[in-house]
Design a protein around this ligand. Structure first.
Ligand SMILES: NC(=O)c1ccc[n+]([C@@H]2O[C@H](COP(=O)([O-])OP(=O)(O)OC[C@H]3O[C@@H](n4cnc5c(N)ncnc54)[C@H](OP(=O)(O)O)[C@@H]3O)[C@@H](O)[C@H]2O)c1
Length: 245
């Protein structure tokens, strides 16, 4: 079994790679920087995991197309790489309290480029590499925030990604494919993305990766769903429309 994990050089992605590797997966460490990627490869190899580096830069589609030529057959693709967008304010570089009105269109564009367009291009590029019953897991967030946490660029880019997840999943159903694509929302995690420390409300990357990967091995079909960290499975918002084929 072979898994490609994007953004696997650190944070949640590294832990997902490590935990999948411990389950016996051969790991392709997707990273945009070769030195950081190779460091993760040696850390995984030191734990007895079979791992190798593959350059994945979601801002550079050439790397995505080259990866498709190189990775061979994949049983699992974890789209983990992502950015929070420009959350800098006068209060600090990682200010999740930034007003939604302070984002520029360029902030939105740069975030969508990575979290949505890059992820979309990678999935499309790798479709022919995926086994008949392969799974694609997207690490994601809800489509809306709350008055204390509403990073507009991040939320909107992941909302687009979540829509793609559901729509691609529906395509798998319509075409009789056994493949699955689904999103998992781990809740807040202490990583470089937000600079938050671990707390009662903020998970460690180890706990987050255990939660995220649990949905790969729970025996359920999550295709076309977005699964919340509590296990709530969001599917079709207008289920009655499914009756009108
Ligand atoms: N932390 C949270 O609270 C939280 C909650 C829910 C969902 N998530 C999601 O979890 C995923 C991982 O985030 P994290 O918290 O682990 O953050 P992180 O520690 O900042 O890791 C982000 C990873 O994405 C990579 N990346 C960024 N831009 C990229 C690009 N253009 N091309 C390829 N790789 C790129 C980074 O590579 P470099 O090292 O080269 O920058 C890094 O490996 C993200 O999709 C995030 O939205 C996080």
């Amino acid at each position: 079994m072979k898994a490609l994990v994007t953004g696997a050089n650190k944070g949640i992605g590294f832990e997902i790679a490590r935990q999948l590797g411990k389950r016996g997966y051969e790991i392709l460490v997707g990273a945009r920087d070769e030195i950081r990627g190779q460091k993760a490869v040696s850390d995984l190899t030191a734990e007895g995991i079979t791992a190798s580096f593959i350059k994945i830069d979601l801002n550079d589609f050439t790397t995505l197309h080259e990866a498709a030529d190189r990775v061979g057959t994949l049983d699992l693709l974890v789209n983990n790489a992502g950015i929070p967008g420009n959350i800098a304010t006068h209060r600090g570089q990682k200010d999740m309290f930034k007003s939604a009105f302070d984002y520029t269109t360029d902030d939105l564009r740069q975030t969508v480029e990575v979290n949505f367009f890059g992820t979309h291009e990678l999935i499309k590029s790798l479709l022919s590499n995926l086994t008949e019953d392969a799974k694609i897991l997207n690490v994601t967030i809800p489509i809306s925030g709350n008055q204390y946490w509403q990073p507009l660029a991040y939320l909107t880019s992941k909302a687009a990604q979540n829509s793609m997840t559901m729509v691609f999943g529906n395509e798998f159903i319509k075409t009789g494919s056994k493949r699955q694509i689904f999103g998992v929302m781990p809740g807040a995690v202490a990583t470089d993305l937000n600079g938050m420390p671990e707390s009662d409300y903020v998970k460690s990357p180890v706990a987050a990766a255990a939660l995220i990967t649990s949905f790969l091995f729970d025996g359920k079909n999550h295709n076309a769903h977005i699964v919340n960290y509590t296990g709530v499975d969001v599917t079709n918002y207008e289920a009655e429309l499914s009756q009108n084929k």
